[in-house]
Design a protein around this ligand. Structure first.
Ligand SMILES: *[C@@H]1O[C@H](CO)[C@@H](O)[C@H](O)[C@H]1NC(C)=O
Ligand SMILES: *[C@@H]1O[C@H](CO)[C@@H](O)[C@H](O)[C@H]1NC(C)=O
Ligand SMILES: *[C@@H]1O[C@H](CO)[C@@H](O)[C@H](O)[C@H]1NC(C)=O
Ligand SMILES: *[C@@H]1O[C@H](CO)[C@@H](O)[C@H](O)[C@H]1NC(C)=O
Ligand SMILES: *[C@@H]1O[C@H](CO)[C@@H](O)[C@H](O)[C@H]1NC(C)=O
Ligand SMILES: *[C@@H]1O[C@H](CO)[C@@H](O)[C@H](O)[C@H]1NC(C)=O
Ligand SMILES: *[C@@H]1O[C@H](CO)[C@@H](O)[C@H](O)[C@H]1NC(C)=O
Length: 516
């Protein structure tokens, strides 16, 4: 007696697999194909069987990691590894990912007229991608990513059932087709190839498209304003191409489902539309470009934001005034480093209890270190080096002892280390800690002696009392005669203070009362 064949397919979307370093694991949505069969009834369609046999030989079948049951008996009845059949004995699925396939795909593969799912990711399949692949009308999933396929796309793709086209990490060249008849297509993943040209307007017909990753190719700008019709789009990755100084078209304000946008080399101001219309945004990574102006107030509407990375641009102005009005936010990571952000850091981090990464280095921040960072129970990184921060390391930071792994304060104007931080500093000195280039007051707590990391030097004349008067600094001891801002005294000799302070050395005046 034969069991009825049942086959199910399950998609399970797991959003962002977080690595310990907090990047969304190159941010990929992992869309898993889950298949299981129970029972088989009919022998397979003879053409499918022949094609599978040829496939086995041309892709180094004997050397596969798993080739269980292949070539013995019937593909469906004998359950050849990775082969799935429907109740009529048609092969509908071939999933041999991570299985050491090598060699080339036979052209006859396209004779498997009922094949719906072709997943061969993470193998070493080479040769050019055959245009015949795009004639297999039943296909719902093509995932050949992480192989060595070369060649280019046909000028036109008509696969009405296709939902997922994944060809990332191959060696494809040429242009993207401009004619697409794929109304069900949800995923285009073609990153890490050698594709070129502009992004074709023809893609704007793909009204089901949710995921569009063209990163790491040679595409050029401008971005098509026609993509405003891709209203299902949730993920768009454009980085590492040749979009030199492109700008986000205003019409993209219609992409209201956007959750994850990543690009580089953008120019202009940060568009208001991001804060105003992309209200589901979770990941905004727009880095290594020429963005200017300030971060718009509208960004405070992004209630679901987890990652805000705008590093290495030319943003200026203070953080938006409404920063503290962000609701108990989901923020995990802020990286605004290497800009020219001015003003103080708002002291409202008790709003951001999930914050793990706080990168603000190389900006023009003034004011003090926010005490409320101590409320972030998962905080892993504080990097505010190369700013103009003054004041002390708050004793409350002792609360961060167990989670913080990176504490970088160098080249600011910090002068005091509050009591109660011994355990904190001692623990951090085995991780990463950098305090140099600050005018610390003497005496430093004794736990600073003999450390390789987390070193701090103080000036013998740089007591709190003397900060208020450079005059006292200059007269108290020899070789302590550097001062600035009427405030801090620095240890050093006639050629300058000991460490490369962030400010220009001309700002610090040596040993002469009249200059203070
Ligand atoms: C489909 O697309 C996603 C991208 O969202 C990819 O990660 C996934 O592995 C693809 N393949 C399958 C078989 O789902
Ligand atoms: C696949 O589906 C089966 C049956 O529902 C389930 O038991 C299994 O956990 C699923 N596997 C994955 C990786 O989702
Ligand atoms: C874009 O920038 C790259 C790298 O800086 C450069 O090689 C290329 O010529 C530029 N292309 C255009 C169209 O400006
Ligand atoms: C963008 O948001 C503004 C303010 O909510 C709204 O008036 C406008 O209609 C939105 N635009 C689109 C295209 O949804
Ligand atoms: C933050 O930005 C700096 C560059 O300014 C970069 O080196 C670092 O990797 C970034 N960190 C994260 C977690 O994005
Ligand atoms: C930030 O500081 C740098 C270095 O001192 C200076 O050149 C730049 O003009 C400052 N930018 C702003 C916006 O204050
Ligand atoms: C101190 O100031 C006086 C008067 O301005 C000047 O003559 C002298 O050269 C200065 N000394 C130093 C070391 O800068």
């Amino acid at each position: 007696m034969r069991l009825e064949l049942l086959y199910f397919f399950f998609y399970s979307m797991t959003v962002y697999i977080l690595e310990t370093n907090g990047w969304p694991q190159q941010g990929k949505h992992e869309l898993r194909w889950n298949h299981s069969y129970t029972g088989i009834n009919k022998p397979s369609n003879p053409i499918d069987k022949e094609v599978l046999e040829e496939f086995y030989h041309s892709t180094a079948g004997p050397a596969w990691l798993n080739n269980a049951h292949w070539l013995s008996g019937d593909p469906c009845e004998s359950k050849w590894y990775g082969v799935g059949c429907n109740p009529s004995g048609d092969v509908v699925e071939l999933d041999l990912s991570n299985n050491l396939l090598a060699g080339e795909l036979p052209d006859r593969l396209s004779n498997m007229k009922n094949l719906e799912v072709l997943i061969l990711r993470h193998n070493a399949i080479s040769g050019t991608i055959s245009p015949l692949l795009f004639t297999m009308k039943a296909l719902r999933v093509i995932d050949l990513s992480y192989n060595k396929l070369s060649g280019s796309f046909p000028p036109q793709i008509e696969l009405p059932f296709l939902t997922n086209l994944s060809l990332s990490n191959n060696q494809l060249e040429g242009y993207l087709p401009n004619h697409w008849n794929c109304l069900n297509l949800e995923v285009i993943s073609i990153s890490s190839n050698m594709l070129q040209g502009v992004l074709p307007n023809g893609l704007s017909t793909l009204s089901s498209l949710k995921y569009f990753d063209v990163s790491e190719n040679f595409f050029i700008g401008p971005f098509p304003k026609e993509y405003s019709s891709l209203t299902s789009l949730e993920t768009m990755w454009l980085f590492t191409n040749r979009f030199n100084n492109s700008i986000i078209p205003e019409s993209w304000n219609k992409l209201v489902k956007m959750k994850n946008f990543q690009a580089d080399s953008l120019a202009g101001n940060l568009p208001e539309l991001i804060g105003v219309n992309w209200s589901d945004l979770e990941v905004l990574i727009v880095v290594d470009g020429h963005l200017t102006g300030d971060i718009p107030e509208s960004f405070c509407h992004l209630k679901k934001l987890k990652y805000l990375h705008l590093f290495r641009n030319s943003l200026s102005g203070p953080l938006p005034k409404c920063f503290c009005d962000l609701p108990t936010s989901s923020l995990v990571s802020i990286n605004l480093s290497y800009n020219q952000i001015t003003g103080t850091v708002p002291d409202c981090f008790d709003n951001f209890r999930d914050l793990r990464y706080f990168y603000m280095e190389n900006n023009n921040l003034t004011g003090t270190l926010p005490r409320s960072l101590s409320a972030c129970k998962h905080l892993y990184t504080i990097d505010v080096s190369n700013n103009y921060l003054v004041g002390s390391i708050p004793s409350l930071y002792a609360n961060l002892k167990d989670t913080l792994n990176w504490f970088e304060l160098d080249n600011n104007r910090l002068n005091e280390i509050e009591d109660g931080l011994e355990d904190f500093i001692v623990t951090l000195s085995t991780k990463f800690c950098s305090l140099y280039g600050n005018p610390w007051s003497c005496p430093l707590p004794n736990y600073f002696s003999g450390k390789e990391y987390c070193t701090a030097r103080c000036s013998s004349c740089n007591t709190l009392e003397q900060h208020s008067s450079c005059e006292k600094c200059l007269t108290s001891t020899s070789n302590c005669g550097w001062c600035a801002d009427g405030r801090n005294c620095l240890e050093g000799y006639t050629n300058g203070p000991y460490y490369p302070y962030h400010c220009d050395q001309s700002e610090w005046v040596f040993g002469n009362k009249t200059n203070c």
